[in-house]
Design a protein around this ligand. Structure first.
Ligand SMILES: Nc1ncnc2c1ncn2[C@@H]1O[C@H](COP(=O)(O)OP(=O)(O)O)[C@@H](O)[C@H]1O
Ligand SMILES: [Mg+2]
Length: 579
């Protein structure tokens, strides 16, 4: 229940809506309470031989009261439901903003589908909690206390009798509420699994088709879906049994009132009109009794869902900006000293004692087998992964103490796995820099070696790519990602085997083009091709996280170690390919 406190700040943003909404509830309830009194008076006036004028007066009064009640009920719904939408909007924004701040590792540990389910299903349950639940709880509470007040005024012993079933109602609500809560959690959990399943099948559609796994995917989906239905049905059995049971208990109250109340009228202790009023008030209590069960249900669902959303919101972004807001001018010298790294939760060192000294404007080449730690090494520089303190330096300063925004702004990273959004090529490139102008985008595309490809695209740079547009080849995607990094004119450029999907000749040509861009920038080129790194000022060969060879191309060839071996092998392959 403590989790509910987290909603307070959201409500505080809308004091006027909250206050006027509650005021509407109070007015609607008050107007509603006049109904039974008026009817009771009317009945009594009949007994005393009323005129048709009196009847008309009571009738008119009843119409007015009902109209007032209607107007305020309308207002209450309008205001409070809109308030719940406002809060839903705010929470959804906070949720998304927080997701954007979470580190990459978070997404490796959590399923996308699950994160999406929290933003949809769970958020809806929270909205129901903020709107309907609060609305019905307040109106129920006010109606119940008002009705009880008048009922006690008519005859307190009759009131007690009519409420005899109340403890039973409370117990039933408690038992069912608890059970429904647990079942709802299980339904929600399964819905997350279902979302994850769908999301993965759709994202992996290519793989599924390529391996002809459609049937087994469908089967797995059906299993997950069936489990969701099974759990939902179990929940339905409990919720549907709940309401009739409550109504039965309420009905017992009416029987008792009819019997004892009738006797009281007979004995002249209460008037017929009062007896009628009493019954009307009692029937006003029926809805609150049922509504309470429903409200408890909504509150329990809402708190469970809010808890699930909070768990994401309370995940601290592991990578913390220690100099927020400040701007650091970055020149581009890179340094690493005794850098060892292991992934959180793993006890295997991915990097061990890496030493590096690279002057601003120099180029470093990194070669090494898959899994030797090249990508990890690069990720530590812009703090996509957080390095240990005092191990990674830019301009001689620990990267952990540079402002995160300045650091990342100064670095252009081109990953091996290029991800393009479903928008135009130009927009994908412009993503690299806020407010990039079209000329800069075109220039970056040109430098990345996209010129000829763009000519063949139907609308050049404005061609849509991705799910709704043109499907680019792996090499084209990589070059768009390269252009995205170039457009920001970064001081430090990190290329993580980013041309692996283009053939050696094209890579050669693009790199030749890029050498102009490299001038005056610090560049790290990771490649599995010697031709891509041979021009670098410094080359390191990584093996299982250790630097095993270091020097210029000429040095390393002379050393005649792993690097020279790789170079000879690739030379041979090239010659064979040329034949
Ligand atoms: N998120 C991760 N969690 C745990 N281990 C990882 C993670 N990413 C990579 N690794 C491991 O770190 C090692 C180096 O990976 P990586 O830096 O990607 O190598 P490379 O880029 O040279 O192929 C590999 O053994 C890989 O399994
Ligand atoms: Mg890699």
């Amino acid at each position: 229940m403590r989790v509910l406190g987290h909603l307070v700040p959201y409500f505080k943003r809308y004091p006027a809506k909250l206050a006027s909404g509650i005021a509407c509830i109070a007015l609607a309830v008050t107007a509603g309470l006049f109904g039974p009194i008026i009817v009771g008076r009317a009945v009594d006036s009949f007994v005393e031989q009323a005129s048709s004028a009196t009847l008309f007066r009571y009738g008119l009064l009843l119409v007015v009261v009902t109209a007032v009640q209607g107007v305020f009920s309308f207002g209450q719904r309008l205001i409070l439901v809109s308030l719940s939408r406002d809060i839903e909007y705010d929470i959804r924004n906070d949720y998304f903003e927080h997701l954007e701040a979470l580190p990459l590792s978070y997404y490796q540990r959590n399923y996308t589908g699950d994160l999406m389910a929290r933003a949809t299903n769970d958020l809806q349950a929270v909205r129901m909690l903020c709107g309907p639940a609060i609305m019905y709880a307040t109106s129920t509470l006010l109606t119940a206390s008002g009705a009880l007040f008048f009922m006690i005024g008519i005859h307190w012993r009759l009131t007690l009798l009519s409420l005899a079933a109340m403890p039973l109602v409370a117990v039933t609500t408690q038992v069912f509420g608890q059970r429904i809560h647990v079942l709802f959690d299980k339904v929600q959990e399964q819905f997350s699994s279902l979302s994850t399943k769908v999301q993965e099948s759709l994202s992996g559609a290519r793989v599924v088709r390529a391996h002809a796994r459609e049937a087994s995917e469908v089967e797995a989906f059906e299993r997950t879906n069936a489990e969701y239905v099974r759990r939902s049905k179990k929940l339905i059995r409990w919720t549907t049994a709940f309401h009739p049971l409550l109504q039965l208990l309420v009905g017992l109250g009416f029987v008792a009132v009819l019997w004892f109340g009738g006797t009281l009228v007979w004995r002249g202790e209460i008037s017929v009109g009062e007896f009628v009023s009493f019954n009307f008030f009692l029937s006003k209590l029926v809805w609150p009794m049922i509504a309470i069960g429903w409200v408890i249900n909504l509150v329990q669902r809402g708190t469970a869902s809010l808890g699930r959303i909070r768990r994401v919101l309370e995940t601290e972004p592991e990578i913390i900006d220690l100099s927020p807001g400040s701007a650091d001018a970055i020149v581009g010298a890179l340094g690493m000293s005794q850098l060892s790294f292991r992934y959180p939760g793993s006890d295997e060192s991915v990097l061990a004692d890496v030493e590096l000294e690279l002057g601003a404007g120099e180029t470093l080449g990194i070669v090494g087998r898959t899994g030797s730690g090249k990508s990890t090494l690069l990720s530590l520089i812009p703090r996509l992964l957080d390095p240990p303190s005092d191990r990674v330096f830019v301009d001689g300063r620990d990267v952990r103490f540079l402002s995160l925004a300045s650091l990342r702004e100064a670095i252009g990273v081109v990953p091996q796995e290029a991800f393009l959004f479903s928008t135009s090529v130009a927009a994908n490139i412009a993503l690299g820099k806020q407010g990039a102008d079209p000329e800069a985008v075109a220039r970056a595309a040109d430098l990345a070696g996209l010129a000829t490809d763009l000519e063949s695209f139907p609308k050049g740079l404005d061609t849509l790519v991705g799910e709704r547009g043109l499907t680019l080849s792996g090499g084209q995607k990589q070059r768009v990602a390269l252009a995205r990094a170039l457009v920001r004119d970064p001081r430090i450029l990190l290329l993580d085997d980013c041309l692996s999907a283009v053939d050696a000749d094209t890579e050669e040509r693009i790199l030749r083009n890029l050498r102009r861009v490299f001038v005056g920038r610090t560049v790290v080129v990771v490649s599995h091709r010697i031709s891509a790194v041979r021009q670098a000022d410094q080359i390191i060969a990584l093996d299982r996280g250790r630097v095993v060879e270091r020097g210029s191309h000429a040095d390393l060839m002379k050393l005649d170690g792993a690097y020279a071996d790789l170079a000879r092998r690739q030379q041979l392959e090239e010659e064979l390919a040329a034949v």
